[in-house]
Design a protein around this ligand. Structure first.
Ligand code: GLN
Length: 607
């Protein structure tokens, strides 16, 4: 199926096809033998999909498009410093084969002109010409994702006519830039220029650069990230020789051309373009190749300085913890206190790629409220890429908040900020896998700090249970005789979903969670967690249905249970006790409803 992208590049192909200006290179006799009108375009995405139109499988020699790749090899083999001692990175404004060095540094001006390229070739490691060439050939093959070979006829032709490049080699030797036999360096250079490629190969090689050094077809890392950056920089400023300035202005993509008729261009992180058309302009750049890059850059808006939007804050939402309570069921008094503290406990949801600017905006925003903050949730679940500097900035802001005595709960289940362990207690607070647990932790922290008087105890006597407290002393005495005592262990199921309830439970100690299974994905979700003084199991009693959710102990504990059969008898036996209980249950239910409606009214990123 021809996609919209196929049609786009076909349109550019047809627009540019009529251009017949220029002529194939003939200073290397063998190169003059090509079909001057051959023409192919490939666009390869960083994830390895290649769109192609025209002569994309016709072999031709790579020529100067080899230069960035060998420069990368020299950097790999000798390191950045050693290479910088031999080759500068300044655009020369000179033709590719200029016999010159920078008069000040006495070094080749950049690795994209022949002097710099021959120097780079001389720096490739290996024992002897053949071994070193094999290293080059194998590396290019890894970039292309298939075995590449030398076109012997072009190699011989270039070697026989390559006086100018030999002159450059000997000049480099006389200045001590090339230290070995200059013939070796020049011969390797001729061979690398004569490697036979297709437009498709070049597209894959270029996409490998776009993909940060990982070949998207073979998934092999063939270049370290830092080197890719370095190579692309030099391609951006020096890739098109003396036309480099106009190229950046008009096309705005790191690029490289070769006298074999190839041109490649890279949009870092996104795509690579390769064009084949052997008619060259006066600079030695493919006439159609340049035109295709111009058209694609314009039509697909690929210019690397194209500003699509100003850097945006990484904060998706900021809201008080009180607006999005945890599923830990709190008493009315606890809720009221958390409401009063809403300026002191805040949730920040971050999203997108977190780079310097997003981290800066986040840090600035957090610092604004810093004086009042006592508990902060930083939710980074929706963050994709995090740059090192952004991670450092966020971790120092966490450290600063902690130093100001503010609890910081980081929700980072995928370890985006380098923490993988849930509940890890670090200098920045705690790390959670799940937002709800983080909110609960912050609520506990705020309650612990601000509760005046005594917190509701974790364990109560039956006669202290709020439901019984609402009864008259006489009713309470009766109730005490009707209940059974239940001790439970963690993970005990006290109410089974779908079954008739075992009765009305008055929780006296420990924690019990209400759980439902999501029909869509089969996952068990927590509806709420209850603690001492709360009641459960009442809904099926009142509605005369089966239990709608399970109640499972999350800690060991105690409860009192009014059995379902006893409750059923109450209306005949003691209607006033029944009414007292129902009133108490209704009051609790309305309190919960209020809390739930409040968190529904505020649906932040959707929980
Ligand atoms: N082999 C060619 C030379 O050095 C490569 C030049 C180029 O492609 N611009 O003459």
């Amino acid at each position: 199926m021809a996609t919209v992208v196929d049609e786009l590049i076909r349109r550019v192909y047809e627009q540019v096809l009529p251009l017949r200006a220029g002529a194939p290179a003939d200073y290397i006799p063998e190169l003059a033998k090509v079909d001057p009108d051959g023409f192919g375009i490939c666009l390869a995405t960083a994830d390895g999909h290649v769109y192609e139109v025209g002569d994309t499988r016709v072999p031709f020699t790579i020529q100067s498009i080899s230069k960035p790749f060998t420069y990368a090899l020299a950097l790999t083999d000798r390191g950045e410093h050693a290479v910088a001692d031999k080759i500068d990175v300044e655009p020369s404004g000179e033709p590719f084969n200029e016999i010159s060095l920078d008069p000040g540094t006495e070094r080749p001006r950049n690795p994209m002109i022949n002097a710099g390229a021959i120097t780079a070739t001389s720096l490739v490691a290996g024992d002897g010409r053949d071994a070193r060439f094999e290293r080059i050939r194998a590396a290019y093959s890894a970039y292309a994702g298939r075995e590449l070979h030398v076109d012997d006829a072009v190699y011989r032709s270039e070697s026989e006519s390559g006086y100018r490049n030999r002159a450059i080699g000997y000049m480099l030797r006389s200045f001590g830039i090339v230290t070995g036999d200059p013939e070796d360096a020049v011969d390797l250079y001729f061979r690398q220029c004569s490697l036979s490629v297709t437009c498709h190969d070049l597209a894959v090689m270029t996409a490998t650069l776009a993909n940060n050094g990982v070949n998207a077809l073979t998934r092999e890392r063939v270049l370290p990230t830092e080197l890719v950056e370095r190579v692309l920089s030099v391609m951006a400023t020096c890739g098109m020789y003396d036309a480099a300035g106009a190229w950046v202005a008009e096309v705005g993509l790191p690029a490289k051309s070769g006298v074999g008729g190839g041109v490649v261009a890279v949009l870092p992180g996104q795509l690579g373009i390769a064009v084949y058309s052997p008619r060259l302009d006066a600079h030695g750049n493919s006439v159609r190749g340049v035109e295709v890059c111009r058209a694609l850059s314009r039509e697909l808006e690929l210019h690397f300085l194209h500003v699509t939007r100003a850097a945006r804050s990484a904060i998706r939402a900021r809201y008080p913890i009180a607006q999005s309570p945890s599923r830990m069921r709190r008493t009315r008094a606890e809720r009221d206190l958390l409401d009063q503290l809403s300026d002191h406990g805040v949730i920040y949801e971050l999203h997108g790629d977190l780079q310097f600017t997003g981290a800066e905006a986040t840090v600035r925003e957090i610092a604004r409220g810093e004086a009042r903050l006592e508990a902060v949730v930083i939710d980074v679940r929706e963050i994709d890429e995090v740059s090192d500097v952004a991670a450092t900035m966020l971790s120092s802001v966490r450290g600063e908040l902690v130093a100001l005595d503010c609890g910081v709960a980081l929700v980072d289940p995928r370890g985006r900020l380098g923490h993988t362990q849930s509940s890890l207690e670090g200098p920045g607070g705690r790390v959670f896998h799940d937002l709800d647990a983080a909110i609960e932790w912050c609520e506990d922290l705020l309650l612990a700090r601000h509760w005046s008087g005594t917190r509701p105890p974790g364990s109560i006597r039956l006669d202290q249970h709020p439901l019984l407290q609402r009864l008259t002393p006489e009713q309470r005495d009766v109730a005490l005789t009707l209940v059974e005592h239940v001790e439970f262990e963690r993970d005990d199921v006290l109410v089974h979903r779908g079954e008739p309830t075992a009765g009305l439970f008055l929780l006296l100690e420990g924690r019990v969670s209400s759980l439902v299974t999501d029909n869509a994905d089969g996952r068990v979700r927590r509806v709420s967690t209850l603690s001492a003084g709360m009641t459960f199991g009442e809904i099926p009693l009142l509605l005369d249905t089966v239990a709608l959710s399970s109640f499972v102990a999350t800690t060991a504990g105690r409860a009192a249970r009014l059995p379902a059969s006893v409750y059923a008898d109450l209306s005949a036996r003691d209607p006033s006790l029944e009414l007292g209980l129902v009133k108490g249950i209704a009051a609790g239910a309305y309190e919960q409803l209020d809390t739930m409606l409040r968190s529904l009214a505020h649906v932040p990123g959707g929980r």
